[in-house]
Design a protein around this ligand. Structure first.
Ligand SMILES: Nc1nc2c(ncn2[C@@H]2O[C@H](COP(=O)(O)OP(=O)(O)OP(=O)(O)O)[C@@H](O)[C@H]2O)c(=O)[nH]1
Ligand SMILES: [Mg+2]
Length: 448
């Protein structure tokens, strides 16, 4: 309960203090917005017929999802408890238009996806603060293209929202999951992502004997090391459904981790607030580095303007005082210079006309030089080496910059000379204050 309150508080704070800055720096706030919304989510993905729906039915305690040996389900089904006053089933077209829910971003994937998305409202207290998403089984890469929407991208979007992703394999297809994994891995944050995925080898009761299981397990481990690029293999839950087991003696033959897996899934809501904090932390740091780059660029722009300005003003004053002396000696105009008029030859305001024209021309020339040459050259020079716009003192900052430099470059490329007067350092202070003070307080609250 306390955590839900913390989540609302955080959401309000981020919406008020940080959200406007995201749009100011051309960054997408919708991911962070949807990750802060709603309840904890467990996403179940994997090959077709790997036992996803069976596991969900077991967790919920009713046959809410259809199961079958061939590819059975081609929809994303969000299962949760919304209350008895709400409809039992909500279609995708309603979900993507409900701002309260985190599914609005799926609108962009089109009608085909919307018609393959729904919410099932179940009567279960456990699911009041949790949702589980059943997904269409992974087919092969070519068939995925026929779905009518970008399946991998959609899967990635769901993965971003999830607090726990259960990636399911079965012994029959232990070697064909690479694309699913890479789709998810690429969309998850570098540091926090790994701990959100758990791997499950289901239907192990269908192995004929232990060597059969070891062979499938070995294939899976090999594929996983290829996918993750790591030699250490994460824990793989070996499980089967006791209700469907192919042999009544399965329990004697196969020790399994179904209960541990279920407990891990039930514990997912506890990870929620941490994930929200991690997401905020990561995305606000991304915003900060972009803002830093823009701030530094505008400061350089202002410095250059001052430099050109000093020369221009110097030239302007010179011309104001002596410009008419020069024209007088060259073309005998004006007949009386400003200086001679001040020396006592009778000053009149007409003596100021030419000096003022000289002064204004010098200032206008300075502005033209800055706008058309100085600023453009500065922009080009900056873009050719934008790395030195920001402080890259450690590996974290270097990686962050590698990720965000494209965004910053695009922003800078659209800058006009006048933009150097926009105040960015105030925004930078706001962001830093949010990270160093507000966010730290929430981390502390969570620890206490
Ligand atoms: N023997 C055995 N059969 C299982 C087990 N889990 C699921 N099955 C069966 O395997 C088939 C596929 O299971 P589903 O739960 O429909 O698989 P799915 O991953 O949801 O499949 P799609 O919806 O097509 O992606 C069904 O016939 C299930 O009865 C298990 O642990 N052991
Ligand atoms: Mg299914």
């Amino acid at each position: 309960m306390l955590k839900t309150k913390l989540q609302t508080e955080l959401q309000n704070k981020v919406n008020k203090k940080i959200a406007p800055l995201f749009s100011k720096y051309g960054m997408d706030f919708s991911n962070l917005e949807s990750s802060m919304k709603w309840k904890p989510i467990v996403l179940i993905i994997g090959n077709y017929s790997s036992g996803k729906s069976t596991l969900i039915n077991e967790i919920i305690g009713t046959d809410i999802q259809r199961t079958g040996q061939a590819p059975t389900d081609d929809a994303f089904t969000v299962i949760t408890c919304e209350g008895s006053d709400k409809p039992d089933e909500v279609p995708g077209s309603t979900l993507i238009n409900d701002d309260r829910l985190p599914f609005v971003k799926f609108k962009q994937y089109g009608e085909k996806l919307t018609s393959h998305l729904c919410l099932k409202n179940i009567d279960s207290p456990r699911f009041e603060n949790m949702a589980i998403i059943d997904s269409p089984g992974m087919l092969d890469a070519t068939t995925e293209k026929d779905r009518g929407y970008d399946y991998m991208e959609v899967l990635g979007e769901f993965a971003k929202m999830a607090d726990l992703i259960v990636l399911m394999f079965d012994p029959h297809k232990a070697g064909t999951i690479k694309e699913t994994y890479s789709a998810i891995r690429n969309t998850l944050p570098e540091k926090s992502g790994e701990d959100r995925i758990i791997f499950v080898m289901s239907r192990i009761d269908e192995c004929d004997n232990i060597s059969d299981l070891v062979r499938s397990y070995g294939t899976l481990c090999w594929n996983m090391s290829q996918m993750t690029g790591r030699k250490d293999i994460p824990h793989i839950y070996l499980t089967y459904s006791p209700d469907i087991a192919s042999s009544p003696k399965a329990a004697d033959l196969w020790p399994q981790e179904r209960i541990e897996l279920m407990e891990k899934i039930y514990a997912a809501p506890g990870l929620r607030i941490n994930h929200i904090l991690e997401d905020i932390d990561r995305q606000v740091h991304e915003l900060q580095i972009v803002c830093e780059a823009v701030t530094e660029f505008t400061q350089r722009g202002r410095k250059l303007f001052m430099k050109i300005g000093k020369i221009t003003v110097g030239l302007g004053i010179g011309l104001f005082c002596f410009g008419d002396v020069l024209t007088n000696s060259l073309i005998s105009l004006p007949q009386q210079t400003l200086i001679s008029s001040l020396r006592g030859e009778g000053f009149s305001f007409t003596n100021l006309i030419l000096p003022l024209i000289f002064l204004c021309s010098a200032l206008a020339l300075g502005t033209i030089i800055f706008n058309n040459f100085g600023f453009k050259r500065l922009l080009q020079k900056t873009l050719s080496n934008s790395r030195d716009l920001v402080n890259l003192e450690n590996e974290y900052r270097r990686n962050l910059w590698d990720k965000m430099s494209g965004k910053a470059d695009r922003l800078l490329r659209n800058k006009k000379a006048n933009d150097i007067w926009q105040g960015h350092s105030g925004n930078l202070t706001k962001i830093s204050r949010f990270l160093d003070s507000d966010l730290k307080k929430y981390y502390e609250k969570l620890r206490s």
